[in-house]
Design a protein around this ligand. Structure first.
Ligand code: NAP
Length: 471
């Protein structure tokens, strides 16, 4: 495929091969953009931002609504592209298309709701006879940098709100998974988006990132990816707005009164979806007292029953990881934990990029598999004596994206919600759950700001204050 910048589909001599993570076959190639392409894309986007700023909200709504309709028509093709380039099973690819369509539809609605407020200036000394109000205006050019693990929906979460708010947007998708983002660009253009309002540069983040993020023509950066790169972006961004959606090692705390069958079901669903490569995957299971041993028994059976294999095979429940190198990291971290005294209950065998879903018990909080972001198909189980100790362990991390508790006690659940330092809290399900309309974002090193179209639109717009004197 070609990339899109300054209103044109572009080829380059150097290309990046996009491979199926299961068998490494080349699915397609994309151009390898250079920093001069960033300059070209931004020059186009500045002109695109002026067009979008003047476009009525109703027209932006119509374009996004039409794009959502086209996504629905092409759902199966999009789902296959996602599964092929990312490695998630086809059922998960289909779900991602449904969610991305919903994200674009929610964004369309927001295009109609960009309001300000009337200011009670007569309440201020010297304010009598003046009329004040705020105008919500677009930021201008938005840079949207996205990770590999949801190559369509996480692009939609940036592009939808950016366009709804009247901005132009330059996307830099993950190099492993650029095809879904390019398919979305095609759809938006077909839906009537002015070509200068969007660009999608394929190429190495390391080579393009600084040029894109430090350029003063960009007023807003919306980044989803690893904590390290997010932090680097904050250092080089200069005076601009930055939203960061970063990593996590999400805890799931299990109290003794919990329904352990449900906990096991939730752990399987929220720890191993997309081969554990979800920013809010259950990574640390912290079980209190008598819940520990019976939960491990259930996890051994339920996790052991998951079938790993080719993501396009309907019988597969867990597909490959994005790269063999990441699978090796998961294998290493499990090995390190076992050498340190933890117990491998089930799984953990690696073949290429495939890792069989693993449960590791007796994990000490300082082991990498617990304290760093694993981003793979394994959960680390740790015992705690009380809810206070479990909350302390849950909080003993630099991350704070999502956390969950299983209990029948309302008091315990509310205590958990109040005291655990996390942007999302789930009661009686795992940490990996998201409705695309809700405010979503992390505390601590998990990020800054919120996504969810309504909230992202706030972050991709600015307020002007207008005062009419002598009214
Ligand atoms: P990553 O390595 O941080 O890459 C993310 C994006 O940043 C890619 O497009 C990458 O391009 C680009 N990039 C690389 N170096 C850059 C630089 N110096 N400046 C600017 N951009 C640069 O993350 P990933 O491996 O794709 O995704 C996994 C991470 O994303 C995990 O930490 C996960 O928790 C996080 N995540 C968070 C959320 C959330 O909502 N909080 C959601 C999903 C994922 P290249 O691909 O070309 O290197």
């Amino acid at each position: 495929m070609k990339m899109f910048a300054a209103g044109q589909w572009l080829d380059r001599d150097q290309v990046i091969e996009v491979r199926n993570p299961f068998d490494q076959t080349v699915i397609d190639t994309v151009p390898k953009a250079s920093p001069s392409d960033v300059d070209r894309a931004l020059a186009g986007a500045v002109a695109g931002a002026a067009i979008m700023r003047d476009m009525p909200g109703f027209e932006r709504f119509q374009i996004l609504r039409k794009a959502a309709a086209l996504m629905r028509e092409r759902a199966e093709e999009l789902a296959r592209t996602i599964s092929l380039e990312e490695g998630k099973i086809l059922a998960e690819g289909r779900l991602e298309v449904e969610r991305a369509t919903e994200t674009i539809e929610l964004s369309a609605e927001e295009a109609k709701r960009l309001g300000g407020e009337v200011l009670p200036l007569d309440g201020a000394p010297g304010g009598a006879g003046k009329l004040g109000f705020t105008l919500r205006v677009p930021c201008g050019v938005v840079a949207a940098i996205t990770p590999f693990n949801f190559p369509l929906n996480l692009v939609a979460h940036k592009v939808g709100p950016a366009l709804a708010a009247g901005n132009a947007v330059v996307i830099k998708p993950a190099s492993d998974t650029p095809l879904s983002a390019l398919a979305l660009v095609e759809i938006l253009l077909e839906a009537g988006l002015p070509p200068l309002a969007i660009a999608c540069l394929t190429g190495s983040g390391k080579e393009l990132g600084d040029a894109l993020c430090s350029d003063p023509r960009v007023r807003k950066i919306s980044f989803t990816g690893s904590q390290e790169i997010g932090e680097h972006i904050t250092r080089i961004a200069g005076v601009k707005r930055v939203t960061l959606e970063l990593g996590s090692n999400s805890p799931l705390v299990v109290l003794e009164d919990a329904d352990l069958d449900k906990v096991a079901r939730a752990t399987v669903a929220t720890g191993f979806a997309n081969a554990g490569q979800v920013c809010i995957s259950t990574q640390r299971v912290i079980a209190i007292g008598g819940a520990y041993a019976p939960l491990l028994q259930r996890l051994e059976t339920d996790v052991g029953a998951l079938r790993t294999g080719n993501q396009l095979d309907a019988a597969t429940q867990v597909g490959p990881m994005i790269r063999a190198g990441d699978a090796e990291r998961v294998e290493d971290w499990i090995g390190e934990a076992v050498r340190g005294g933890a117990r491998l209950v089930v799984g953990g065998e690696r073949r290429g990029a495939l890792v069989s879903p693993a449960v590791v018990a007796d994990v000490a909080p300082a082991m990498k598999i617990s304290c760093e972001e694993l981003f793979g198909p394994a959960v680390a189980v740790t015992a705690a004596k009380s809810i206070d100790e479990a909350i302390h362990l849950a909080n003993s991390t630099r991350y704070g994206l999502s956390a969950a508790v299983f209990t029948e006690s309302l008091d315990a659940a509310i205590r958990f919600a109040r005291r655990v330092e996390s942007g999302n809290i789930h009661i009686n399900w795992g940490p990996q759950w998201r409705a695309d309309l809700m405010p979503y974002g992390g505390l601590k090193q998990s990020g800054l700001g919120k996504e969810g179209p309504k909230y992202a639109v706030q972050e991709m717009t600015e307020l002007k204050t207008v005062v009419i004197h002598g009214v």
